[in-house]
Write a protein that binds this ligand. Structure first.
Ligand code: TYM
Length: 328
């Protein structure tokens, strides 16, 4: 059987260049490497308060971004997580095999909940990794391409799989994460020691930003002392982040990128970075707009949900049987 490649993106705030470089840009290349299962993690988006209209709009946007990146809906399975009820059903089973201690050690939970009053932290936020593990297990996934921040969740999924299989026999497939060697953690432009995330308007480049804004944000990105364009994440986090963005979008190595900018001043270097980002995002946005105008996402998501359902159901049934749930 062809290997199964699965990933999801949450339709919370606007998608960033971090999401794009970390995963989205690479997905079309995977169409020939295996069976691709890509989804909109809309149930996960409910783990923090979100306006219903915003969630609807973000979900449409995200589906269109997947397609604009170059995915062929005939070749991949693209769907809304909430359209395939097996995700929630498997979640109800799997929540019994992950424990409070390990869930409370998840960095993403600690980061998100640190800013909240305990009385406002939903159970779904705490149990987030259970649903994510269920997403992965449900399709017998082999490979899960993600950015660096999601590795911990996939390791937890692997622990869950081993724990479950030790108890019930070889029921679940063990997944592996796949992260980019370069670009697995794009940093904020305003504070290059923190990750670029959907909720940081100053430090983010949003995939929907107009080109003037994109240029402005890059030109005012925080740089470092000194004047050399060198890759040194510890001492030059700002320049290193821009070099990473440049190298990935130009499909060259960091070393090659460094060589191109020997003797450059920071300002000229930033201009070159802005040029490659604009060259990438401009056609991407045009495709996105066309997909939105023609509502191409609708058909793709309908077909995708059917295909996903057909793949998920046998796995769910296997799990139900293993734990002793009757099939009458
Ligand atoms: P999400 O929506 O936060 O992010 C989507 C993907 O983008 C990656 N990413 C980044 N990569 C590089 N640099 C950054 N600054 C950056 N920011 C985000 C993320 O690592 C992710 O791969 N829990 C997931 C969604 C999910 C999922 C799944 C993923 C739900 N179920 C099953 C894989 C498998 C999330 O919140 O991603």
């Amino acid at each position: 059987m062809a290997q199964r490649i699965l990933t999801g993106i949450k339709p919370t705030g606007q998608l960033t260049l971090g999401n794009y470089i970390g995963v989205l840009r690479d997905l079309p290349k995977m169409m020939d490497k295996g069976e691709c299962i890509f989804f909109i993690a809309d149930l996960h988006a409910l783990t923090l308060p979100i306006d219903p209209e915003v969630l609807r709009q973000n979900s449409i946007d995200l589906a269109s971004f997947y397609l604009a990146a170059g995915l062929d809906p005939e070749k991949v399975t693209l769907f809304l997580q909430s359209s395939v009820s097996a995700h929630a059903e498997l979640n109800a089973i799997m929540q019994n095999y992950l424990y409070m201690g390990e869930l409370s050690r998840m960095t993403q939970f600690k980061d998100k909940s640190a800013k909240m009053k305990e009385s406002a932290i939903g159970l779904g936020l705490f149990a987030y990794p259970v649903l994510m593990a269920s997403d992965i297990i449900l399709y017998d996934s082999d490979v899960v391409p993600v950015g660096e921040d999601q590795i911990q969740h996939i390791e937890l999924t692997r622990d869950l799989v081993n724990r479950f299989n030790n108890r019930y026999g070889p029921v679940l497939k063990e997944p592996h994460y796949q992260v980019r060697k370069v670009g697995a953690r794009i940093m904020s432009l305003s504070d290059p020691t923190t990750k670029m995330s959907k909720s940081d308007p100053k430090g983010d480049i949003y995939l929907k930003d107009d080109m003037k804004t994109v240029r402005k944000k890059i030109m005012s990105a925080v740089t470092d002392s000194g004047s050399e364009v060198k890759y040194d994440p510890e001492n030059k986090p700002g320049i290193s982040n821009l070099l990473t963005i440049y190298a990935v979008l130009s499909d060259i190595s960091i070393e090659e990128a460094e060589k191109r900018f020997v003797g450059y001043r920071y300002g000229d270097f930033k201009k070159a970075v802005a040029d490659v980002v604009v060259a990438e995002l401009e056609p991407f946005q045009q495709k996105y707009q066309q997909i939105i105008d023609n509502k191409e996402y609708e058909k793709a998501l309908q077909i995708g949900a059917k295909k996903a359902e057909a793949m998920a159901r046998p796995v769910l049934n296997r799990v139900k049987k293993a734990v002793g749930l009757l099939d009458i």
